[in-house]
Design a protein around this ligand. Structure first.
Ligand code: PLP
Length: 373
């Protein structure tokens, strides 16, 4: 190999692809059935396999995690004001707006970056019908505190669990909490179907509504309600079946990489996510938080010069989107200004954590000496 071959760029993630023969075996089943969509056999198998994996009563596959959110909101009859987190991917907020709801943002807990439950009650009005919170980076929200508030005020709870595949809290899947949870199976996620998602529900009636909403609102010739097309195809479900047996090994490798990053960054002025003793983590992301946004920007620039592309997960703070109205939220805005997700995937080249640590050390030292002079 040539000595001066430039290094391939390192991106924040690299999609796991199952061995080709394993995907082909699932595609062979699709070819054999000649059914490509509309609740085909592979779709049904993936749906039931995931339902059993999480031990939840109802799980429905969707075209993507955004439609999963939209249809969960609609199936639960959520309307009016919805208390929600400003620190998430934009789809959490856009799904509410798309469904005609008004997002009411409350700030986040600075340690977990999830919605701060102590701020929720003050934001409840006569028009509030639900809470939509994200287990951001796969860190569980304070589900017990949220449950108490929701019960007291008669609110529905939806968790955007797009980052929380296989996360467990107190010995059971995090998807067991709330009235609904949604997953994204986008190619950037720990478990993926190329594009895809799912809604998890806990009662049969809402599940029936959700299935109608997912499939044009009709069964055969009987039309019941306004619906959309949010069905997952057999080819996407086949990718899911091929990826699924590898997920736990991916998590094991990610846990190892998490340990490597934590030791490389141990003496540097960056804040890391907490690990919680009652949580079985999935190591979906490795975000770090700097002292201020200028340092975060300078580090990102230097990393890019070295061919390493981090991402601003999550930016902007969603209360600052140009199409929403909200008061400032200092904790979330600060997190969005200072957060950066590092490249994080099982076959990350071994030198990358060390290179990143060196660059962070250099940039932060430079900024500290500028601040002192
Ligand atoms: C928190 C969160 N919610 C929702 C989504 C939307 O999922 P999808 O891309 O599958 O539509 C994503 C990611 O992409 C996400 O990170």
């Amino acid at each position: 190999m040539s000595q001066d071959k430039p290094m391939d760029p390192i991106f924040v993630t690299r999609t796991f692809l199952p061995p080709r023969a394993e995907y082909d075996a699932w595609l062979d089943k699709v070819y054999a059935s000649h059914v490509l969509t509309n609740n085909g056999p592979v779709h049904r198998e993936l749906e039931e396999t995931l339902r059993q994996r999480f031990d939840v009563p109802h799980l429905r596959l969707m075209t993507n995690g955004t439609l999963a959110l939209q249809l969960a909101i609609r199936a639960l009859g959520v309307k009016g004001e919805v208390i929600t987190t400003p620190f998430s991917y934009v789809a959490t907020t856009s799904a509410l707006l798309w469904e005609g709801c008004e997002p009411v943002f409350v700030d986040i807990d600075p340690t977990t970056c999830c919605i701060d439950p102590t701020l929720i009650e003050a934001a409840i009005t006569r028009d509030t019908t639900a809470i939509l919170a994200t287990h951001v980076y796969g860190i569980p929200c304070d589900v017990e505190a949220i449950d108490v508030i929701a019960k007291k005020h008669g609110l529905k709870v939806i968790y955007d669990a797009a980052h929380a595949f296989d996360v467990e809290y107190k010995g059971k899947s995090i998807l067991c909490y709330g009235d609904a949870s949604t997953l994204s199976f986008h190619a950037t996620k720990l478990f993926h179907t190329v594009e895809g998602g799912a809604v998890i529900l806990h009662d049969a009636e809402t599940d029936h509504r959700l299935r109608l909403l997912r499939s044009f609102g009709h069964i055969g010739d009987a039309h019941y309600t306004l619906g959309v097309n949010a069905k997952m195809s057999e080819v996407h479900a086949a990718m899911g079946m091929a990826v699924l047996p590898h997920v736990q090994e991916c998590i094991r490798q990610r846990k190892e990489l998490d340990g490597i990053y934590r030791s490389q960054l141990a003496d540097l002025p960056v804040r890391l996510l907490p690990t919680c003793s009652e949580t079985l983590h999935n190591y979906a992301y490795f975000p770090i938080f700097f002292g201020d946004g200028a340092v975060r920007g300078a580090v990102q620039e230097k990393l890019e010069e070295a061919g390493i592309f981090s991402r601003r997960y999550f930016y902007p703070s969603l209360n600052e989107l140009p199409y929403v109205a909200s008061a400032p939220l200092v904790v979330s805005e600060r997190a969005a200004d200072t957060a950066m997700s590092l490249p994080f995937y099982p076959d990350l080249p071994a030198h990358v954590p060390g290179t990143i640590a060196r660059i962070i050390r250099e940039v932060t030292a430079e900024h500290t000496s500028i601040a002192r002079s």
